[in-house]
Design a protein. Sequence first.
Length: 713
Amino acid sequence: EDDPVDAGLIRDALAGPEAGLFHVEWVTRLADALDRLETEDFDVVLLDLTLPDGQGIEAFDRVFRATTDSLILVLSATSDEETARRAVQLGAHDYLAKEHADAYWLPRALRYVTERKSTERVLRAAEETLFAEKERARVMLESIGDAVLATDLQGNVIYLNPVAEEMTGWSREEALGRTLAEVFNIIDGTTREIASNPALRAIEQDQTVGLAMDCILIRRDGVETAIEDSAAPIHDQDGKVSGAVIVFHDGSQSRAITDKMAYMAQHDVLTGLPNRLLLTERLDQMIVLAERHHKQLALLFLDLDNFKDINDALGHQIGDLLLQSVAGRLKGCVRASDTVCRQGGDEFVILLSEIEQPHDASRIAEMLRASLAVPHFIEGHEIHVNLSIGISLYPRDGESVETLMQNADLAMFHAKANGRDRHQFFRSEMNSRALDRMFIEGGLRRALKQEEFLLHYQPQVDLDSGAMIGAEVLIRWQHPERGLTYPAYFIGIAEACGLIVPIGQWMLREVVRQVQAWLDAGLCAVPVSVNISAMEFRNERFPEELALLLEETGLAPSYLELEVTESYLMQDSAASERTLAAIRGMGVRLAIDDFGTGYSSLSYLKRFPFDTLKIDQSFMQDIIPGEDDTTLISAVIGIGKTLRQRVIAEGVETQEQLAFLRTRHCSVGQGFLFSHPLPAEDFARLLAGRDDPLSRRLPQPPSHARPAWHFTG
């Protein structure tokens, strides 16, 4: 204000008791006002539009641009009210005639405009907040992957997001105001009937509800889509239900995943066959039907003979391909109503849904064996596999799933025990045998912990000189109830349950310790031969563990000989050759046991580094006085000599057998004729009494008597 009188009136008016606390600054020029507005914030600007350096709307416009938050109140003369009104239109908050700028009106006018400005700010902030919230909601609803559809209380559509437009086939403009049933057309995928309206249920129940299972959305053009999700009520500010919102999405993929997971839960991944879970369900159902119709069922438990050897020799990839080939052949041998299941590993189970008589199951079993007997050609390998099959019948062998499965498994075990590559029906006495097996297995575990095993040593005799040149160690079990028990009672079960490995480890360690103890005691110890099981021999670390054992005990390797059977070598000849070479390389002697009872391949004898060839004791039984039935044993002795291997004949029990072996120039004999296996203490006394190697010779026995040193222990 450039007029001092008007400025004074304004100051006086704002200084009175009605005005409250005002801080007033006065400038007379527009330029001064603009300078102050650049450096300080003011709540109110009282502007006269007739200043020396700025007048009218131009003056207002310059002040308006200079301040953003200040309230501008135009002071005008009565004659210039038109210009003041125009300034209000351009952004001024109000105008005031100078003659009314007294102590009553001016403070009230300022309070009015500041309160109005404060209210406007609050409203503008609320509008901005509301806009931001709406914008966020809009962006979220239009960018999420789910479809969103909203209705009013009557079930008419009031909103669709773009995904809902795409899935329903209705644009937002076309859908607004239409009934939900028209836009959101859903049916039950199983019955093909119209599904209940989820929005109306959410409104009626005032809670979130899920869509019906197997719900199908029919798009406007007729395309059907499986959908899933839920509907929820919308509430107004009073908490009353005002509508509903449905959130849904395409459930085809998740449904496919669910179906796939359900399939995988009931089927074997490798072969695609039903697994034990699905078989159990089907067997349970078939038992009910068979009982109702007085029919029989058959359950066939199949195991591939020697599959582990194939797996070890050719690798798991070939083994898996073989299992797939086997699965295909098994399916080809049965009816569509039957179930072929992979139990796990190399075990399969077949459920024959209806049979007239047990012979039907036997016929199918033989068909299965014949089909599997045809070679499998897999990645260049010609693979031969055989089946051992156990069969249980409903209701003869059991009336529950568990009993039938258990009895078929037992029958399969007996098929294996009786020579493999055959089928075996369940018999009730097999249960008692199974209990015996469990009893023996439990006893073996206890025997390992409580050191119930003993070792006996049987001399090996040079048949030319009569000198004891070695011994074979044989294991015995000091059973707490049965007394001294021989290997035939427990070795087979130990192999079946895997206990043969810890038993063999104990046996080898004990032999090495015992021989070194005899040497430390000054006895003339002889090399001791130890039989190594197939499971021990397959262990790649066996040579390393053997070397560590010899190093720990200090025993010279020449005092140890390891026996392996022909069948082990044939299972994986390459791995066998590596293992034998490693053992032979450390100075331990090697013997091939039970020669002539297995494959008896001459190429293997020549290829592998054996020191000793042991003739199985069954050949000794063929030596009958007066009969020329000894050609085979003579050939075996000749083979050993040709390959420069020491030949040991096991099971020598008679003078006639001894005489025959001597005439055929067999190197060494072992058997009851010379000595029964002896406990370590008795064998030590034998060693102590034969310190002079010459004194360990056996005299030529007369035909009517056994050698002078024969032990019956």
